[in-house]
Design a protein around this ligand. Structure first.
Ligand code: SAH
Length: 440
């Protein structure tokens, strides 16, 4: 990869950080994701759905839900009070955010009047653990979803990772799709749900969909800019003339097309990172939700337009110089949620970003922890549960820097002016996770 890049840089001069990042991560032969996909315990970074996997999942036999169980009545509260009153752990005895994300989708589906079909669309599913956990929640709640035609659509560019996903989700029973179909692969999940794989969100068929982008946008290429006395300049990657085969950052001598297009006139920071690809994807998600309904949940490390230099690398769970040994390390930059909100262009409403610790608290993680602790007899399991809780919720760990952000159709939200007037009170329940969980 380094040789390929230095040859290119010698021939045509410095490249943008975005171009460098795209090559390093998704070059078809040598990219970090395309070649190896180091997600997971033995990889270069562990994402939160992987945390539960580290401690091993253990499946309980599904329990039938009682007929009065209806998430729509009071959303998440019902879900948990149902759990507590029965004192049964009919989901895994592990604490993972994936589980609560699955509950979020079901409560939104119910709040929107239980449409007869739903597509679960995950962007960049990694090893597929998150989709697997969500499908497990769907299976446990199959009596609620019984009249709904559920399908799964995975957008994945890495052949290596799509193979890993196929094994996890279908037991490897997949077939390549014919050329004229938009999906490149299809199969049936272990729970009997059809699964399709695509390279681009635009290939996913239209329809009422729940989108999930979990640690996806932070892997997309960013442009970096600096304010100078002469105006905005773009940070570029070049060969270091002093050291053979070493790369360095330089500033563009003049404005580049990206400086012209991506810096907002009202920008106050001196260093800025912009991810136009994330902007395009959010525009597509917003258009699709506006037209066909559904919701998108974006979960990622990020900020609301305040941070400046977040581009970094990880290799073997250690911070890694972004310019050394490209293709062997994961490169990432925090998601700028203020930019995503702007790119939704008012086609949908947006909620958040809200810190993971608040989102999971609002989703009832404390209740879930209590139930799990009460039900688990052995000390090792209890310690594991407390450790997972700490990883997800501790402000020093993922609690404060990992965020949730949602796109929802405008009609899903109560207009703020109408909130306090009883005559115009909306029958819609509040959106779970983004509103405080009030226990009756
Ligand atoms: N969502 C998972 C994995 C995140 S890693 C989790 O939270 O654990 C990022 C994922 O995005 C990988 O699956 C990677 O192959 C995929 N990816 C990266 N760039 C992509 C692109 N441009 N289009 C589609 N998938 C991409």
């Amino acid at each position: 990869m380094l040789r390929h890049l230095t040859r290119k840089l010698r021939a045509s001069g410095p490249v943008t950080v975005a171009e460098y990042m795209r090559e390093a991560l998704t070059n078809p032969g040598q990219g970090y994701y395309t070649r190896r996909g180091g997600v997971g315990e033995s990889g270069d970074f562990i994402t939160s759905p992987e945390i539960s996997q580290v401690f091993g999942e253990c499946e309980n036999s599904p329990q039938k839900l009682s007929p009065e169980f209806d998430l729509a009545h009071s959303g998440v509260i019902w879900f948990h009070s149902g759990l507590i009153s029965r004192s049964e752990d009919w989901l895994n005895p592990v604490l993972s955010d994936a589980l609560l994300i699955g509950v979020w989708y079901i409560s939104e589906w119910m709040a929107m009047g239980k449409p007869s079909a739903l597509q679960l669309v995950e962007l960049g599913p990694g090893r597929g653990t998150l989709t697997e956990d969500i499908l497990r929640v769907f299976k446990q709640l199959s009596s609620v979803l019984s009249k709904c035609d559920v399908s799964v659509h995975l957008v994945e560019v890495s052949p290596k990772l799509s193979e890993i996903q196929a094994v996890l989700l279908t037991g490897g029973k997949v077939q390549p799709s014919p050329e004229d179909e938009s999906a490149y692969m299809k199969g049936i999940s272990k729970t009997g749900i059809p699964i399709f794989w695509y390279r681009d969100i635009q290939d996913v068929p239209p329809g009422y969909s729940f989108y999930l982008a979990h640690e996806f946008f932070d892997a997309l290429p960013i442009h970096k800019f600096q304010r100078t006395e002469k105006g905005w300049r773009e940070v570029l990657v070049d060969i270091d003339p002093q050291v053979p085969d070493q790369l360095r950052f330089v500033l563009s001598p003049s404005r580049t097309p990206a400086t012209q297009n991506f810096i907002q006139p009202e920008e106050t920071r001196d260093h800025v990172e912009v991810c136009p690809e994330a902007g395009v994807i959010v525009q597509r998600l917003a258009s699709r939700i506006e037209k066909d309904g559904g919701a998108a949940l974006v979960a990622d490390y990020g900020h609301d337009g305040t941070k400046t230099d977040t581009f970094r690398g990880f290799r073997n769970h250690q911070l890694h110089d972004v310019l050394s040994a490209p293709g062997t390390a994961d490169l990432t930059a925090d998601v700028d949620f203020s930019y995503l909100r702007k790119m939704a262009q008012g086609k949908t409403a947006t909620l958040g970003p809200i810190k993971q610790r608040e989102f999971l608290k609002n989703m009832g993680i404390d209740l879930r922890l209590q139930v799990l602790l009460q039900n688990s007899g052995d000390t090792a399991t209890r310690e594991q549960l407390l450790h997972s809780y700490d990883m997800l919720m501790n402000p020093e760990k993922m609690g404060d820097c990992f965020n949730f952000f949602a796109l929802l159709p405008h009609h899903r939200l109560v207009h703020p002016d109408k909130k306090d007037k009883p005559e115009s009170k909306s029958p819609l329940p509040p959106v779970a996770g983004f509103n405080e969980l009030l226990l009756k």
